[in-house]
Design a protein around this ligand. Sequence first.
Ligand code: DGL
Length: 268
Amino acid sequence: MNNKAIGIFDSGVGGLSCVKELLHCLPGEDIKYLGDTLRMPYGVKTIDQLHQCAKDNVDFLQRRDVKLIAAACGTVSSNVPKENMDNLAVPFVDVIKPTVNAALKATKTKRIGIVATPATVKANSMGKRLKEMDSSVEIISVGCTDFVPLIESGHIDDDIIRQSAEGYLAQIKKFGVDTLILGCTHYPIISKVIGEIMGSGVTLIDSGRETAVGIKMTLEKLGLLNAREKGGSTEYFVTNNTDAFDSVAKVFLGEDAHVKSILKGIEE
Ligand code: DGL
């Protein structure tokens, strides 16, 4: 047992898709969430820049004495392997493994689509892992540059996000998949729109949700679960203005995020 908090980071609201599932499956856990909104979007950054972001986020959460850190961010998970995070002193969970496992479990036709940020698609970590696990799968990956900025500015279920999604998903529909990985943790926030476009025959894999499953499994395995079964608290930190974060969190989580600290950049 360990009653310290779980640390989670993302560039912004995306990791809330992980928090949402954690609140459901581990309601006794305390969570400290960092959204690096000042440097968002991550999906168009270089590997060196992503390395720096990951390092700063890990340092920030470790200063808050967390027992485990999750990169609830497909872009960091794909571009900054755990082995390259030399400042990491606690167990670490990323998006790739749990998400790929869920997709392989779901697919019957072995035709899998991946939508993610350009940096994630370029790194192809999910594609490589899918192939390693099952060489017979056929994969189509599409980078969706506009999704994150649109979601961060509150376009969650309107004509603007729908039009953008129709554009990105057209080639995946043409290719024909039965499983679509939402490889950026922001995308589950627009899963209603994506699901309507793809149709009911396509299973959507929520990378945020699967990361939460990975966190639960890791805590269980290491004996680090909180002794409490419910009543955990969540503290949110962002590196820039909280308005957009608050309003998306309210719609997506169905509750006020009550962002505690506005950090002027990550150093504070
Ligand atoms: N939510 C993150 C991801 O899963 C970051 C997206 C971004 O900031 O571009 O990739």
